[in-house]
Design a protein around this ligand. Structure first.
Ligand SMILES: Cc1ncc(COP(=O)(O)O)c(C=O)c1O
Length: 388
């Protein structure tokens, strides 16, 4: 028997998206044609001017270690971008660049949460939140998102969950997996509670550029909130750059040295030439973002309308991100079994709602970040599956 692993590893969980992808790939090896609606990444190539900026940076020799918190040009570009997109004025010294938004979520929880601290997080929600809270020894406190409220939460249900041990509240708007967007009413309620009970807010805004027929306000815009909010964003979803690994946090001042220490002890810095590509993304032409958003919008309308025509499926129109989160309880209340059957019998890879938390039970998540033809064929296969 090898020596035992550290206890903290027991708190960590996998992401169902990666699990389903492996199973789907195994079926493909057997010759099955699988429609991939499980993975949450844009299917567009990274825009050419961003690719070109990365090559230029490599050719110019920007291939060595860089400053731990990011190159000054990118920290400044993020500060400006935060102002352009949210109207929030922040100095570049409060920006920390990380290899993706995910490490920023991880570092924030590591920097703030002590054993016994409570962290409120959205359920259904990105599975990494509960996983990391648990690993840090904190107590994950799920906040239910309600289908009847367009997957927002009931303010009273949030207030009930706040306790003297609440250290952090995690928000994600636009949201994975529901596509829900929080409004001013919920954000003001959180701000008021944060002030009264003195907790931090982590606002995961990685889908901030993907909003349809509405806007997604940021809690950092509310008076006094920038000082207690970790605003997380990145280039993965907005610029189709998931594999480049670049994200950031706009931090409360006192958190900057802690994040710097966590970065220096893990990554040293984010890849230097990728940071120059990110400067080109944030400061270059933005019509690529608008074009991708328009295409997601078209797919959302087609796919969600199609889902709602299938007996036994009911789907709220998602306001943002690129996921549909239909209620499928009538087809089968066991969402994990249903997702398994869909993969094996209909060749559709989707995620089961309860992999996003127990309030996701009875739902499935489909990513519509895939070609319209794949979505059309999925609707046909789903109709046949339900009918048969
Ligand atoms: C809600 C949410 N936050 C963060 C991330 C991670 O983004 P990144 O690629 O920047 O690490 C994802 C990716 O799926 C996500 O859905």
């Amino acid at each position: 028997m090898p020596p035992s692993l550290a206890k903290r590893i027991e708190g960590l969980r996998n992401e169902s998206a990666f699990e389903v992808l492996s199973r789907a790939r195994a079926l493909e090896v057997q010759g099955r044609r699988i429609l991939h609606l499980e993975i949450g990444q844009p299917d567009f190539p990274t825009p050419e001017h961003i690719v070109e900026a990365a090559f230029r940076a490599v050719r110019e020799g920007k291939t060595g270690y860089g400053p731990t918190l990011g190159v000054p040009e990118l920290r400044e570009a993020v500060a400006q971008y935060t102002y352009q997109t949210r109207g929030v004025s922040v100095s570049a010294d409060r920006v920390a660049i990380t290899p993706g938004a995910k490490p920023m979520l991880f570092f924030t929880v590591l920097a703030l949460v002590e054993p016994g601290d409570e962290v409120i997080y959205p359920d259904p929600g990105f599975p990494i939140y509960a996983s990391v809270i648990r690993m840090a020894g904190g107590k994950p406190v799920p906040l239910p998102l309600r289908e009847a409220l367009g997957f927002r939460f009931e303010v009273a249900e949030l207030a009930e969950r706040v306790s003297p041990r609440t250290k952090l509240v995690i928000l994600n708007s636009p949201q994975n997996p529901t596509g829900g967007v929080l409004g001013h009413q919920e954000l003001e309620a959180i701000a008021e509670l944060a002030e009264r009970h003195d907790f931090y807010v982590l606002s995961d805004e990685v889908y901030s550029r993907l909003v349809y027929d509405t806007t997604a306000p940021s809690i950092a815009q509310l008076p006094g909130m920038l000082a207690r909010t970790v605003l997380v964003d990145g280039v993965s979803k907005a610029y189709s750059m998931t594999g480049w690994r670049l994200g950031w946090g706009v931090l409360p001042e006192e958190l900057v040295p802690a994040i710097e220490l966590l970065m220096v002890n893990s990554n040293s810095c984010t890849a230097t030439f990728i940071q120059y590509a990110a400067v080109a993304a944030l400061q270059g032409p933005q019509d690529c973002v608008a074009a991708m958003r328009a295409e997601f919008h078209r797919r959302r309308d087609r796919f969600v309308d199609g889902l709602n025509r299938i007996p036994g499926i009911r789907c709220e129109k998602p306001q943002g991100a690129f996921y549909a989160f239909p209620n499928t309880a009538q087809l089968d209340p066991d969402d994990r079994r249903l997702a398994g059957r869909l993969l094996e019998e209909a060749g559709i890879a989707a995620l089961w709602g309860s992999s996003f938390g127990r309030y996701g039970t009875g739902y499935l998540r489909f990513s519509y970040a895939t070609a319209m033809e794949v979505l059309e064929e999925s609707l046909e296969r789903l109709t046949a599956f339900v009918g048969g």
